[in-house]
Design a binder for this molecule. Sequence first.
Ligand code: 5AD
Ligand code: SF4
Length: 469
Amino acid sequence: MQIHTDIPILDDLDAPKQVSATAPGKRKVYLETYGCQMNVSDSEIVASVLKSEGYGLTHNVEEADVVLINTCAIRENAEQKVRRRLGELRAHKRRNNPDLKLGVLGCMAERLRENLLEQEKLVDLVVGPDAYRDLGNLLGEATDTGQAAVNVQLSKEETYADILPVRYDTNGVSSFVSIMRGCDNMCSFCVVPFTRGRERSRPVDSILDECKSLVEKGFKEVTVLGQNVNSYRGESVDFAELLYRISMISPDLRIRYSTSHPKDCSDDLLHVHAERENVCNYIHLPVQHGNTAMLQRMKRTYSREQYLDLVERARKIVPGVALSTDIIAGFCDETQEEHQDTLSLMAQVRYEHAYMFMYSERPDTYAARKFEDNVAEDVKKRRLQEIIRQQGVISLESNQSEIGKEHVVLVEGLSKRSDEQLSGRSDTNKMTVLDRSDFGKGDYVKVRVTDCTSATLIAEPIRLYTPGS
Ligand code: 5AD
Ligand code: SF4
């Protein structure tokens, strides 16, 4: 199986990842994942459903009987990437294995159902994000009838709460735990509410049980996931309370979450960050744009000033908190002045890190129906470049200001460059490389930063750290 991600919430999710969970003698499934962390987590659900249906998993497409692509529809280039890949896999099927079943899962399923099946005759299986329990039936149906099988029904209830994810691509240190699905926000540019449906939250106890079982298996970090994670609502438990309860499971378990909306970033939540050492000192707080009129067109429900107030509150309640953001350049009717407001907001907030995108019109969205995608391509590109360049300078300066300071790093494994070095992330989510010394995967290590690039801190280890000490 491989993971290709288009939304780089974690630094190197873009890199393809291999698994080797082949079960000989069974029909074998090869699963490739594109898009966000939620899709990676969903693929773990898919692997679990297939395993319970008697399928084996393989990382080798050549030996697969079934090939599934978990897709992303957030921007046009994400869809194009998947379409190109489907073309290659279709050719592989024609040439080498005509009985192979090729399926599309996830966000592209609903919208492209007709195109993929009826017009292009590209695939044998189309399964939306709420229909994974039906995978065994659908595969059986496609095999028995030789016809394409489809289920793209979205659900108001499905959270897969009772399905234990098969963590086929794990480093054994850090894991995703999905706590809610869907999004009700309807930002005008975003296709997610259409591809993933309404918000629903998983019951508190099933979340706590999953976290406890991860601790028992030796995991040291969970990233709690949802499309709109901080709007979580479980029976009289809000997101702040849920994080608090997860943080009480073990001081040895670090907690992160993604991705949040500023409207749901309450003071209670900030206080949980401040009070609980193991709730990381890092918040991803997507602003999208720096101009109030534009934020209104985007239907983001806050003004520039309200967002800046929130940043001030976050920094007051949680001293030293690291912030990152998402930015869109070139949304409908964006003027040069409005673009400058994005640059000035970024300069004012000084995010540690940002994910920056060029606006891509998505079918069905409010913006596609009501506005014109009228910023010229070259202007969009230039504005995005300016945003990226400015953020590069800010990230580098922010990392330089860390030199000489101490941090606690959770070691995730050997560094990519050398077996003599380890890599992990600081509490503030900075990728950090340190000398291996006597330390290893899963250790909390107190380090002193000695050097940096704009993306990485270089550090010397000081000592093993015991959380809570
Ligand atoms: N075009 C460009 N970027 C988008 N995003 C969401 N929809 C679009 C779009 N149509 C970005 C937002 C969001 C992130 C996950 O992807 O910044 O926060
Ligand atoms: Fe899309 Fe907005 Fe929901 Fe995020 S909060 S998934 S940007 S609609």
